[in-house]
Write a protein that binds this ligand. Structure first.
Ligand SMILES: NC(=O)C1=CN([C@@H]2O[C@H](COP(=O)(O)OP(=O)(O)OC[C@H]3O[C@@H](n4cnc5c(N)ncnc54)[C@H](OP(=O)(O)O)[C@@H]3O)[C@@H](O)[C@H]2O)C=CC1
Ligand SMILES: Nc1nc2c(ncn2[C@@H]2O[C@H](COP(=O)(O)O)[C@@H](O)[C@H]2O)c(=O)[nH]1
Length: 316
């Protein structure tokens, strides 16, 4: 039996009666773990998207962020953020170097507020070991596990102790996993299934093309949305600037790309150039305005309104 599954571009949201006098009245803030953030969307924990400076920028704005895990001294990063009075949100892998980083943080007496276990398929024994280790080592931290794409996987990660679960396999712009392995699930189906299966928050990761896709993810039950290409190409994005025939671009590459790995081994990501777009503040404002508008079309005053919106499928 072959089932039909759907992506953000396959659906739209049905408008309700607006109850606010201005879209500015609509509150886009979200409680996530021990804190509340300005918006339910944040940049991917990829080396071509975030760096220490952009993490600080987002934290100061009141947006959530997660630092990537590639050649990062987590002790230095966590100490630096916390010394500045900001929250620390880091990523970990499943191999020996990550266990060493856990020991280093403990030795330094540091507890990150948020830790993301970041592997391609977190529904695996190595991720289970690391999630349990993180929960035992940092009982005060908020542990996010990902990525997964099915209800069964989401339930297991919740049972292992994840405080939030990141869903989305092979839907990213620089992802080649679906081409190389055949595995992928479209995002609407992924988020609906995973969010319905667990009581912890679900983060919809990857595949955001239009700003309205963020509202669609929230309607499907996501609490947060992670996006890479949306936040790539700006001054505050981590990728390098490249000039071709007088036009400026920025690099955006996958975490499992040859470029990030430094070797052509188990490559499941690629590097692309995205148009250089200058400062990111205009994008952040527009994202907030668009989501405020979504809330008004949903007939509410805050993000809770998006929990009760009809979604229709449109032929493409
Ligand atoms: N969201 C997505 O769809 C995807 C995201 N990514 C991103 O790319 C980065 C690299 O991911 P990942 O390869 O997991 O991390 P790592 O390269 O750090 O691999 C983690 C460990 O798990 C092992 N491993 C990885 N995949 C498998 C597998 N399919 N079966 C058995 N063991 C496996 C690896 O061993 P070995 O290499 O020897 O197999 C390695 O020891 C991450 O940041 C991840 O988020 C990558 C692909 C898909
Ligand atoms: N299959 C791969 N997925 C990757 C890789 N690096 C990151 N990612 C995932 O993509 C999203 C971002 O997607 P976008 O559509 O918003 O650009 C990111 O958060 C990861 O989950 C990779 O090398 N291969």
């Amino acid at each position: 039996m072959i089932s039909t599954e759907i992506n953000y571009g396959d659906v739209y949201l049905v408008p309700k009666k607006t109850v606010v006098d201005s879209r500015k009245e609509c509150d886009t803030s979200v409680a996530f773990g021990p804190r509340r953030f300005t918006m339910p969307v944040y940049p991917s924990n990829m080396k071509s998207v975030v760096n220490a400076a952009s993490c600080e920028y987002f934290a100061r704005l009141g947006w959530f962020y997660t630092m990537h895990r590639f050649n990062v001294s987590v002790v230095e990063f966590v100490a630096d953020m916390q010394q500045k009075g900001l929250f620390a949100s880091i990523s970990m892998g499943v191999n020996e170097d990550s266990y060493q980083q856990v020991s280093d943080l403990q030795a330094a007496g540091l507890t990150p507020e948020y830790i993301t276990l970041d592997v391609a398929n977190a529904w695996c024994v190595k991720a289970e070991r690391m999630i349990k280790h993180l929960k035992a080592s940092f009982p005060g931290s908020f542990i996010i596990g990902g990525n997964i794409a099915t209800a069964e996987a989401a339930r297991e990660l919740e049972a292992w102790g994840c405080d939030a679960i990141k869903a989305g396999i092979a839907g990213g712009r620089v992802c080649i996993t679906k081409n190389k392995t055949g595995f992928h699930r479209p995002m609407i189906s992924t988020v609906q299934d995973c969010a319905a299966a667990v009581s912890v928050p679900v983060i919809a990761d990857g595949g955001i093309v239009e700003h309205g896709d963020i509202a669609k993810a929230l309607v499907c039950g996501a609490t947060m949305v992670m996006a890479g290409s949306l936040f790539a190409g700006f001054d505050e994005s981590a990728g390098e600037i490249v000039e071709i025939s007088g036009k400026l671009y920025k690099e955006y590459f996958g975490s499992a790309s040859q470029f990030n790995k430094g070797a052509y081994v188990n490559v499941e990501g690629k590097k692309i150039l995205v148009e250089y777009k200058g400062r990111i503040d205009k994008l952040l404002l527009e994202l907030q305005e668009d989501l405020q508008s979504s809330v008004s079309y949903a007939g509410g005053r805050d993000l809770a309104a998006l929990r009760d919106v009809e979604m229709i499928r449109v032929p493409r």
